[in-house]
Design a protein around this ligand. Structure first.
Ligand code: FPP
Length: 248
């Protein structure tokens, strides 16, 4: 705790808090395997890290925190693991919704939500409605999400609008496409963190990450907490972001 508070003080002293941090939460399985425990135990432990990182984001003053919780590809994991993850999702909402609401967090779920079971869908819709008026922090939780599918969906929506005469082909530009992504209206991430040392984007936010700074942490997700988030932000604050231009 002490070390994390010290890091937070340094983050604040440096200024330039990123508006939007996105995280690929990876390594739950390895965390469990190292302890000879079943994989779902790693996911449960990972849920505690979600809680810590949300607290840390509130303290640091981020506007948006995006977490990749379940990919489209994850549906192909063994049925037992998928159902454990779906139960955790429901449990997370049941346990955290009230506190998130009180803290001023707007919870948004993004992805192909039609693939969720009826109970999960109700829980997801419920917490989104309950927290829709909050403005302190947007917590984007990506579930059943794949970035290519999101882009294909946006392309289809554009094609439908063109076919219906609502949009001319010349009006199809970056803005028109951005507005048809799940993340419409949300600033692009300033910083992407991936845990457990993997150097991959794994079909996450391919469009939105165009100018995002990347930070790979060797720490497995269940061991990632406040201090780790602040270390990543401190590293981000030392970068020279040029967006393709030259330094000032
Ligand atoms: C990656 O670890 C993690 C996931 C696929 C699931 C992430 C879920 C949580 C952190 C808990 C639930 C969160 C919410 C918001 C309800 P992995 O299984 O790919 O790990 P490995 O690469 O070591 O096998």
């Amino acid at each position: 705790m002490g070390a994390a508070n010290e890091l937070l003080a340094r983050v604040k002293a440096q200024g330039a808090i990123p508006r939007h941090v996105a995280i690929i939460m990876d390594g739950n399985g390895r965390w469990a395997r190292e302890r000879m425990l079943p994989r779902p135990v790693g996911h449960r432990e990972g849920m505690k890290s979600v809680r810590e990182v949300v607290e840390a984001a509130l303290e640091a003053g981020l506007e948006v925190l995006s977490l990749f919780a379940f990919s489209q590809e994850n549906w192909q994991r063994p049925a037992l693991e998928v159902s454990a993850l779906m139960s955790l999702l429901e449990e997370y909402i049941a346990k955290e919704a009230r506190e998130l609401d009180e803290q001023g967090v707007r919870v948004v779920f993004l992805g192909d939500l039609d693939r969720l079971g009826p109970a999960q869908r109700r829980a997801v819709d419920g917490v989104m409605a309950q927290t829709a008026h909050n403005a302190k922090l947007v917590l984007n939780l990506f579930i059943s999400y794949g970035s290519r599918a999101e882009l294909v969906r946006a392309a289809r929506l554009l094609a439908e609008d063109v076919a219906a005469g609502k949009l001319s082909p010349a009006q199809v530009d970056e803005r028109a496409l951005s507005e048809r992504l799940f993340t419409a209206g949300c600033p692009d991430p300033d910083l992407l963190i991936r845990t457990s040392g993997e150097m991959r984007i794994s079909n996450f936010l391919l469009w939105q990450l165009a100018y995002t700074e990347l930070y790979i942490s060797p720490v497995l997700w269940p061991d990632f907490g406040r201090a780790e988030l602040y270390k990543a932000i401190l590293d981000f604050q030392s970068r020279d972001r040029r967006f393709g231009r030259v330094s000032a």
